[in-house]
Design a protein around this ligand. Structure first.
Ligand code: BGC
Length: 447
Protein backbone atom coordinates (compact mmCIF):
# COMPACT_ATOMS: atom_id res chain seq x y z
CA UNK A 1 0.00 0.00 0.00
CA UNK A 2 1.20 3.52 -0.76
CA UNK A 3 2.64 5.40 2.21
CA UNK A 4 0.57 8.29 3.47
CA UNK A 5 2.47 11.28 4.86
CA UNK A 6 2.19 14.90 5.89
CA UNK A 7 5.43 16.22 4.40
CA UNK A 8 7.19 19.55 4.87
CA UNK A 9 9.57 21.46 2.61
CA UNK A 10 13.33 21.34 2.86
CA UNK A 11 14.64 23.77 5.46
CA UNK A 12 11.46 23.59 7.54
CA UNK A 13 12.35 24.49 11.14
CA UNK A 14 11.73 21.80 13.75
CA UNK A 15 12.21 23.28 17.18
CA UNK A 16 11.22 23.44 20.78
CA UNK A 17 10.26 26.56 22.72
CA UNK A 18 11.57 27.54 26.15
CA UNK A 19 11.83 30.71 28.26
CA UNK A 20 14.39 32.17 30.66
CA UNK A 21 12.45 32.25 33.94
CA UNK A 22 10.95 28.82 33.34
CA UNK A 23 14.33 27.20 32.54
CA UNK A 24 17.35 29.08 33.84
CA UNK A 25 16.92 28.96 37.60
CA UNK A 26 17.83 31.64 40.14
CA UNK A 27 16.22 34.46 38.18
CA UNK A 28 15.77 36.37 41.42
CA UNK A 29 15.74 39.95 40.15
CA UNK A 30 12.45 39.91 38.23
CA UNK A 31 8.84 40.55 39.19
CA UNK A 32 7.95 36.85 39.04
CA UNK A 33 10.47 35.96 41.71
CA UNK A 34 8.84 38.54 44.01
CA UNK A 35 5.37 37.25 43.10
CA UNK A 36 6.36 33.67 43.98
CA UNK A 37 7.93 34.81 47.25
CA UNK A 38 4.61 36.49 48.17
CA UNK A 39 2.97 33.05 47.95
CA UNK A 40 0.87 33.61 44.84
CA UNK A 41 1.58 30.29 43.13
CA UNK A 42 -1.34 27.87 43.42
CA UNK A 43 0.88 25.04 44.62
CA UNK A 44 3.06 27.25 46.83
CA UNK A 45 5.94 26.47 44.49
CA UNK A 46 8.90 28.62 43.54
CA UNK A 47 10.72 28.52 40.26
CA UNK A 48 13.91 27.76 42.19
CA UNK A 49 16.60 26.13 40.10
CA UNK A 50 14.10 25.43 37.32
CA UNK A 51 15.96 23.34 34.69
CA UNK A 52 19.25 24.92 35.80
CA UNK A 53 20.02 26.27 32.34
CA UNK A 54 22.24 28.99 33.67
CA UNK A 55 24.70 26.20 34.36
CA UNK A 56 23.70 23.33 32.13
CA UNK A 57 21.67 24.50 29.14
CA UNK A 58 24.14 22.80 26.84
CA UNK A 59 23.21 19.34 28.16
CA UNK A 60 19.63 20.03 27.06
CA UNK A 61 20.87 21.37 23.72
CA UNK A 62 22.40 17.90 23.33
CA UNK A 63 18.94 16.41 23.85
CA UNK A 64 17.47 18.79 21.26
CA UNK A 65 20.15 17.76 18.80
CA UNK A 66 19.53 14.08 19.55
CA UNK A 67 15.86 14.77 18.80
CA UNK A 68 16.83 15.67 15.25
CA UNK A 69 15.84 19.31 15.68
CA UNK A 70 17.32 22.22 13.74
CA UNK A 71 15.99 25.13 15.81
CA UNK A 72 15.40 26.19 19.40
CA UNK A 73 13.47 29.12 20.81
CA UNK A 74 14.77 30.61 24.06
CA UNK A 75 14.36 33.95 25.81
CA UNK A 76 16.71 36.40 27.46
CA UNK A 77 16.27 37.53 31.04
CA UNK A 78 16.22 41.33 30.97
CA UNK A 79 16.63 41.35 34.78
CA UNK A 80 20.05 39.73 34.41
CA UNK A 81 21.18 41.94 31.53
CA UNK A 82 20.11 45.26 33.08
CA UNK A 83 19.95 44.54 36.82
CA UNK A 84 19.57 48.24 37.67
CA UNK A 85 18.35 50.99 35.31
CA UNK A 86 21.13 51.80 32.87
CA UNK A 87 23.56 49.32 34.45
CA UNK A 88 24.55 46.49 32.15
CA UNK A 89 25.84 43.08 33.18
CA UNK A 90 27.98 42.04 30.24
CA UNK A 91 28.82 38.82 32.10
CA UNK A 92 25.19 37.79 31.66
CA UNK A 93 25.34 38.71 27.98
CA UNK A 94 28.54 36.69 27.63
CA UNK A 95 26.69 33.64 29.01
CA UNK A 96 23.90 34.14 26.48
CA UNK A 97 26.48 34.53 23.73
CA UNK A 98 28.02 31.23 24.83
CA UNK A 99 24.59 29.57 24.78
CA UNK A 100 23.93 30.82 21.25
CA UNK A 101 27.33 29.48 20.14
CA UNK A 102 26.35 26.15 21.72
CA UNK A 103 23.16 26.09 19.70
CA UNK A 104 24.93 26.86 16.42
CA UNK A 105 27.55 24.19 17.15
CA UNK A 106 24.73 21.63 17.36
CA UNK A 107 22.98 22.77 14.18
CA UNK A 108 20.15 24.46 16.13
CA UNK A 109 19.06 27.86 14.78
CA UNK A 110 18.23 30.15 17.71
CA UNK A 111 15.00 32.10 17.76
CA UNK A 112 15.53 34.58 20.59
CA UNK A 113 12.66 36.19 22.51
CA UNK A 114 13.47 39.50 24.22
CA UNK A 115 10.54 39.57 26.67
CA UNK A 116 8.79 36.41 27.86
CA UNK A 117 6.55 37.60 30.73
CA UNK A 118 9.45 38.66 33.02
CA UNK A 119 11.36 41.91 33.44
CA UNK A 120 13.51 43.53 36.13
CA UNK A 121 11.83 44.34 39.42
CA UNK A 122 12.79 48.02 38.95
CA UNK A 123 10.84 48.10 35.67
CA UNK A 124 7.80 46.60 37.42
CA UNK A 125 8.10 49.07 40.31
CA UNK A 126 7.97 51.99 37.88
CA UNK A 127 4.64 50.68 36.54
CA UNK A 128 5.69 48.00 34.06
CA UNK A 129 4.48 48.71 30.52
CA UNK A 130 2.11 51.39 31.85
CA UNK A 131 5.04 53.61 32.93
CA UNK A 132 5.38 56.70 30.72
CA UNK A 133 8.93 55.79 29.66
CA UNK A 134 8.36 52.02 29.32
CA UNK A 135 8.76 51.99 25.54
CA UNK A 136 12.10 53.84 25.63
CA UNK A 137 13.38 51.64 28.46
CA UNK A 138 12.49 48.48 26.60
CA UNK A 139 14.04 49.78 23.37
CA UNK A 140 17.26 50.66 25.20
CA UNK A 141 17.52 47.15 26.63
CA UNK A 142 16.88 45.71 23.17
CA UNK A 143 19.54 47.94 21.64
CA UNK A 144 22.25 46.99 24.13
CA UNK A 145 21.39 43.30 23.93
CA UNK A 146 21.09 42.97 20.18
CA UNK A 147 24.31 44.94 19.65
CA UNK A 148 26.06 42.37 21.83
CA UNK A 149 24.50 39.20 20.41
CA UNK A 150 23.98 40.10 16.78
CA UNK A 151 26.84 38.01 15.44
CA UNK A 152 25.08 34.91 16.82
CA UNK A 153 21.42 35.65 16.15
CA UNK A 154 19.37 37.21 13.36
CA UNK A 155 15.98 35.72 14.23
CA UNK A 156 14.21 37.68 16.96
CA UNK A 157 10.89 37.58 18.73
CA UNK A 158 10.36 40.89 20.52
CA UNK A 159 7.58 39.94 22.94
CA UNK A 160 5.91 36.68 23.89
CA UNK A 161 2.12 36.74 24.18
CA UNK A 162 1.35 40.37 25.05
CA UNK A 163 -2.31 39.37 25.36
CA UNK A 164 -1.62 36.65 27.96
CA UNK A 165 0.70 38.96 29.90
CA UNK A 166 -1.89 41.76 29.97
CA UNK A 167 -4.99 39.63 30.54
CA UNK A 168 -3.50 37.49 33.30
CA UNK A 169 -1.84 40.44 34.99
CA UNK A 170 -4.67 42.99 34.81
CA UNK A 171 -7.96 41.13 34.25
CA UNK A 172 -7.57 37.70 35.84
CA UNK A 173 -5.00 38.62 38.49
CA UNK A 174 -3.00 35.39 38.47
CA UNK A 175 0.15 36.97 37.01
CA UNK A 176 1.89 39.96 38.57
CA UNK A 177 0.88 42.72 39.18
CA UNK A 178 -2.22 40.72 40.14
CA UNK A 179 -4.88 43.25 39.22
CA UNK A 180 -8.37 41.76 38.83
CA UNK A 181 -11.20 42.87 36.59
CA UNK A 182 -9.41 45.87 35.09
CA UNK A 183 -10.31 45.40 31.45
CA UNK A 184 -9.23 48.93 30.53
CA UNK A 185 -5.76 48.40 31.99
CA UNK A 186 -5.55 45.10 30.06
CA UNK A 187 -6.29 46.98 26.81
CA UNK A 188 -3.91 49.83 27.68
CA UNK A 189 -1.08 47.42 28.45
CA UNK A 190 -1.58 45.67 25.12
CA UNK A 191 -1.40 49.07 23.39
CA UNK A 192 1.82 49.95 25.21
CA UNK A 193 3.33 46.57 24.39
CA UNK A 194 2.46 47.06 20.73
CA UNK A 195 4.43 50.34 20.77
CA UNK A 196 7.30 48.66 22.68
CA UNK A 197 7.33 45.94 20.04
CA UNK A 198 7.42 48.50 17.21
CA UNK A 199 10.29 50.38 18.87
CA UNK A 200 12.21 47.10 19.28
CA UNK A 201 11.52 46.22 15.65
CA UNK A 202 12.99 49.53 14.47
CA UNK A 203 15.97 49.25 16.83
CA UNK A 204 16.87 45.74 15.68
CA UNK A 205 16.57 46.66 12.01
CA UNK A 206 18.81 49.68 12.53
CA UNK A 207 21.49 47.35 13.90
CA UNK A 208 20.79 44.38 11.67
CA UNK A 209 18.93 45.32 8.50
CA UNK A 210 18.63 41.69 7.38
CA UNK A 211 17.22 40.33 10.65
CA UNK A 212 13.91 38.49 10.85
CA UNK A 213 11.89 40.16 13.60
CA UNK A 214 8.41 39.24 14.75
CA UNK A 215 6.33 38.34 17.78
CA UNK A 216 4.71 35.28 19.36
CA UNK A 217 1.03 36.06 19.82
CA UNK A 218 -1.22 33.68 21.74
CA UNK A 219 -4.31 32.76 19.74
CA UNK A 220 -7.12 30.87 21.40
CA UNK A 221 -10.10 29.38 19.56
CA UNK A 222 -13.47 30.73 20.72
CA UNK A 223 -16.60 29.06 19.36
CA UNK A 224 -20.21 29.88 20.27
CA UNK A 225 -21.89 27.29 22.53
CA UNK A 226 -24.98 27.37 20.31
CA UNK A 227 -23.82 28.35 16.82
CA UNK A 228 -27.38 29.36 15.86
CA UNK A 229 -27.73 31.74 18.80
CA UNK A 230 -26.74 35.34 17.88
CA UNK A 231 -25.94 36.28 21.50
CA UNK A 232 -23.55 33.34 21.91
CA UNK A 233 -21.96 34.26 18.59
CA UNK A 234 -21.56 37.84 19.77
CA UNK A 235 -20.04 36.74 23.10
CA UNK A 236 -17.52 34.48 21.29
CA UNK A 237 -16.69 37.34 18.92
CA UNK A 238 -16.06 39.75 21.81
CA UNK A 239 -13.67 37.26 23.44
CA UNK A 240 -11.73 36.93 20.21
CA UNK A 241 -11.70 40.70 19.62
CA UNK A 242 -10.11 41.58 22.94
CA UNK A 243 -7.81 38.61 23.30
CA UNK A 244 -6.74 37.47 19.83
CA UNK A 245 -7.37 40.36 17.50
CA UNK A 246 -6.22 43.47 19.27
CA UNK A 247 -2.51 42.93 18.80
CA UNK A 248 -2.98 41.36 15.38
CA UNK A 249 -5.00 44.36 14.19
CA UNK A 250 -2.35 46.71 15.54
CA UNK A 251 0.32 44.89 13.52
CA UNK A 252 -1.76 44.53 10.40
CA UNK A 253 -3.50 47.89 10.28
CA UNK A 254 -2.01 50.17 12.92
CA UNK A 255 -5.47 50.49 14.48
CA UNK A 256 -7.85 48.33 16.45
CA UNK A 257 -11.58 47.75 16.73
CA UNK A 258 -13.42 51.02 17.67
CA UNK A 259 -14.51 49.36 20.92
CA UNK A 260 -10.91 49.59 22.15
CA UNK A 261 -9.49 52.40 20.05
CA UNK A 262 -9.76 55.16 22.66
CA UNK A 263 -7.87 53.12 25.28
CA UNK A 264 -4.91 51.75 23.32
CA UNK A 265 -3.26 55.03 22.35
CA UNK A 266 -1.61 55.78 19.03
CA UNK A 267 -0.74 52.63 17.10
CA UNK A 268 -0.02 54.11 13.68
CA UNK A 269 3.70 53.29 13.98
CA UNK A 270 2.96 49.64 14.72
CA UNK A 271 1.53 48.86 11.30
CA UNK A 272 3.64 46.35 9.34
CA UNK A 273 6.37 46.01 11.99
CA UNK A 274 6.89 42.28 11.55
CA UNK A 275 8.90 40.17 9.11
CA UNK A 276 7.13 36.96 10.12
CA UNK A 277 4.04 36.21 12.14
CA UNK A 278 4.52 33.82 15.07
CA UNK A 279 1.68 32.40 17.08
CA UNK A 280 1.21 30.07 20.04
CA UNK A 281 -1.99 28.08 20.24
CA UNK A 282 -3.19 25.40 22.62
CA UNK A 283 -6.87 25.43 23.34
CA UNK A 284 -10.48 26.18 22.48
CA UNK A 285 -13.25 27.61 24.63
CA UNK A 286 -16.94 27.27 23.96
CA UNK A 287 -18.58 30.58 24.82
CA UNK A 288 -22.14 31.36 25.85
CA UNK A 289 -23.66 34.76 26.48
CA UNK A 290 -23.93 35.69 30.16
CA UNK A 291 -25.14 39.19 31.01
CA UNK A 292 -23.50 38.96 34.49
CA UNK A 293 -20.00 38.68 32.96
CA UNK A 294 -19.68 42.35 32.09
CA UNK A 295 -15.91 42.62 32.59
CA UNK A 296 -15.38 39.44 30.59
CA UNK A 297 -17.26 40.76 27.57
CA UNK A 298 -20.48 38.91 28.53
CA UNK A 299 -18.87 35.57 27.77
CA UNK A 300 -19.01 32.42 29.89
CA UNK A 301 -16.36 29.95 28.79
CA UNK A 302 -16.78 26.18 29.01
CA UNK A 303 -15.26 22.93 27.84
CA UNK A 304 -17.60 20.73 25.81
CA UNK A 305 -18.30 17.24 27.17
CA UNK A 306 -15.90 14.64 25.81
CA UNK A 307 -13.29 17.25 24.84
CA UNK A 308 -9.65 16.32 25.29
CA UNK A 309 -8.11 18.04 28.30
CA UNK A 310 -4.62 18.19 29.72
CA UNK A 311 -3.80 16.76 33.13
CA UNK A 312 -6.70 16.61 35.61
CA UNK A 313 -7.64 20.05 36.80
CA UNK A 314 -5.85 21.85 34.01
CA UNK A 315 -8.87 22.05 31.72
CA UNK A 316 -10.32 24.86 33.77
CA UNK A 317 -7.17 26.86 33.10
CA UNK A 318 -6.49 25.92 29.53
CA UNK A 319 -9.77 24.89 27.91
CA UNK A 320 -10.12 22.03 25.45
CA UNK A 321 -6.78 21.04 23.93
CA UNK A 322 -7.27 21.95 20.28
CA UNK A 323 -4.29 21.46 17.95
CA UNK A 324 -6.44 21.96 14.84
CA UNK A 325 -6.51 25.62 15.93
CA UNK A 326 -3.14 25.76 14.15
CA UNK A 327 -4.90 25.40 10.82
CA UNK A 328 -7.56 27.97 11.66
CA UNK A 329 -5.03 30.62 12.68
CA UNK A 330 -2.44 29.85 10.03
CA UNK A 331 -5.10 30.41 7.35
CA UNK A 332 -6.06 33.65 9.03
CA UNK A 333 -2.40 34.74 9.28
CA UNK A 334 -1.86 33.89 5.61
CA UNK A 335 -3.62 37.11 4.63
CA UNK A 336 -0.81 39.08 6.32
CA UNK A 337 1.46 37.95 3.47
CA UNK A 338 4.44 37.10 5.71
CA UNK A 339 6.08 33.80 6.69
CA UNK A 340 4.32 32.06 9.57
CA UNK A 341 5.87 30.16 12.47
CA UNK A 342 4.05 28.11 15.09
CA UNK A 343 6.06 29.45 18.01
CA UNK A 344 4.32 27.18 20.59
CA UNK A 345 1.91 24.26 20.77
CA UNK A 346 1.75 21.61 23.48
CA UNK A 347 -0.12 20.15 26.43
CA UNK A 348 0.27 19.62 30.21
CA UNK A 349 0.46 15.86 30.28
CA UNK A 350 2.74 14.10 32.77
CA UNK A 351 1.69 10.63 31.59
CA UNK A 352 2.10 11.48 27.88
CA UNK A 353 -1.49 10.33 27.15
CA UNK A 354 -2.30 13.19 24.79
CA UNK A 355 0.99 14.72 23.69
CA UNK A 356 1.61 12.30 20.80
CA UNK A 357 -1.90 13.12 19.54
CA UNK A 358 -1.27 16.87 19.95
CA UNK A 359 1.90 16.54 17.87
CA UNK A 360 0.29 14.37 15.18
CA UNK A 361 -2.74 16.66 14.85
CA UNK A 362 -0.44 19.67 14.75
CA UNK A 363 1.29 18.07 11.74
CA UNK A 364 -2.04 17.46 10.03
CA UNK A 365 -3.15 21.03 10.77
CA UNK A 366 0.06 22.50 9.36
CA UNK A 367 -0.02 20.26 6.32
CA UNK A 368 -3.62 21.19 5.49
CA UNK A 369 -3.00 24.89 6.09
CA UNK A 370 0.10 24.83 3.87
CA UNK A 371 -1.88 23.07 1.13
CA UNK A 372 -4.41 25.92 1.34
CA UNK A 373 -1.74 28.59 0.99
CA UNK A 374 -0.41 29.37 4.48
CA UNK A 375 3.35 29.86 4.31
CA UNK A 376 4.26 28.01 7.55
CA UNK A 377 8.04 27.73 7.84
CA UNK A 378 8.53 26.08 11.24
CA UNK A 379 7.07 24.53 14.37
CA UNK A 380 8.36 24.94 17.93
CA UNK A 381 6.88 22.48 20.42
CA UNK A 382 6.29 23.75 23.96
CA UNK A 383 8.41 22.37 25.50
CA UNK A 384 11.70 20.45 25.53
CA UNK A 385 11.81 19.65 29.27
CA UNK A 386 9.22 20.01 32.07
CA UNK A 387 9.57 23.54 33.44
CA UNK A 388 8.11 26.05 35.88
CA UNK A 389 4.56 26.71 34.69
CA UNK A 390 3.86 30.23 36.01
CA UNK A 391 0.71 30.44 38.18
CA UNK A 392 0.44 26.64 38.13
CA UNK A 393 3.98 26.12 39.46
CA UNK A 394 5.36 22.63 38.99
CA UNK A 395 1.91 21.05 38.75
CA UNK A 396 1.88 21.07 34.96
CA UNK A 397 4.32 19.04 32.89
CA UNK A 398 4.79 20.24 29.33
CA UNK A 399 8.05 18.46 28.43
CA UNK A 400 8.86 16.06 25.65
CA UNK A 401 11.37 15.10 28.31
CA UNK A 402 10.33 14.57 31.94
CA UNK A 403 12.30 16.38 34.64
CA UNK A 404 12.89 15.25 38.20
CA UNK A 405 13.38 18.64 39.83
CA UNK A 406 15.17 17.27 42.87
CA UNK A 407 17.84 15.36 40.98
CA UNK A 408 17.66 17.26 37.64
CA UNK A 409 17.35 13.86 35.92
CA UNK A 410 15.84 13.87 32.41
CA UNK A 411 13.75 11.01 30.98
CA UNK A 412 12.44 11.06 27.42
CA UNK A 413 8.70 10.59 27.03
CA UNK A 414 7.39 8.57 24.05
CA UNK A 415 6.25 11.84 22.43
CA UNK A 416 9.92 12.88 22.33
CA UNK A 417 10.61 9.80 20.23
CA UNK A 418 7.68 10.56 17.93
CA UNK A 419 8.82 14.16 17.48
CA UNK A 420 12.33 12.92 16.69
CA UNK A 421 10.98 10.59 14.01
CA UNK A 422 9.04 13.48 12.43
CA UNK A 423 11.90 15.99 12.58
CA UNK A 424 14.41 13.52 11.14
CA UNK A 425 12.13 12.50 8.27
CA UNK A 426 10.72 16.04 7.74
CA UNK A 427 7.26 14.47 7.67
CA UNK A 428 4.72 12.49 9.64
CA UNK A 429 3.97 9.11 8.07
CA UNK A 430 1.24 6.53 8.59
CA UNK A 431 3.95 4.12 9.78
CA UNK A 432 4.75 6.54 12.63
CA UNK A 433 1.06 6.71 13.54
CA UNK A 434 0.91 2.89 13.48
CA UNK A 435 3.80 2.83 15.96
CA UNK A 436 2.81 5.64 18.30
CA UNK A 437 -0.95 6.17 17.93
CA UNK A 438 -2.46 3.11 16.20
CA UNK A 439 -6.03 3.99 17.26
CA UNK A 440 -5.88 7.41 15.71
CA UNK A 441 -5.00 6.62 12.10
CA UNK A 442 -8.28 8.03 10.75
CA UNK A 443 -7.88 11.25 12.68
CA UNK A 444 -4.27 11.80 11.62
CA UNK A 445 -4.91 10.79 8.00
CA UNK A 446 -8.58 11.35 7.22
CA UNK A 447 -9.79 9.64 4.04
C1 BGC B 1 3.63 30.57 27.37
C2 BGC B 1 4.57 29.63 28.07
C3 BGC B 1 3.75 28.65 28.90
C4 BGC B 1 2.90 27.84 27.95
C5 BGC B 1 2.03 26.79 28.61
C6 BGC B 1 2.39 29.94 26.81
O1 BGC B 1 1.28 30.71 27.17
O2 BGC B 1 4.31 31.32 26.41
O3 BGC B 1 5.45 30.37 28.85
O4 BGC B 1 4.51 27.84 29.70
O5 BGC B 1 2.03 28.69 27.24
O6 BGC B 1 1.08 27.38 29.43
Amino acid sequence: MRERAHSFPEGFLWGVATSSHQYEGATTNNQWHAWEAQGHIKTGDHCGLACDWWHRAEADFDHAQAMGLNALRLSLEWSRIEPRPGEWDDGALARYHQMLMGLHARGLRPLVTLHHFTHPLWFEERGGFLAPDAVERFARYVEHTVAYLQDRCDFWCTINEPNVYATNGYLLGDFPPGRKGDLLADIRVQGAMARAHAAAYATIHRLQPGAQVGIAQHLNSFDPARPGNPLDRLAARIQALGFNDLFLDALERGRVNPLFARYVGDLAGVKGTFDYFGFNTYARDIVSFDRRKLTEGFGRRAIPPGAREGDPGTGGVFGEIYPMGIKRFALRAARLGKPIYITESGVADAADRLRPWVIAMGMRAMHEARAEGADIRGYFHWSLVDNFEWAQGWSMRFGLIALDILTQTRTWRPSGELYRAIAQANRLTDAMIATYLPDLMDEAFPA
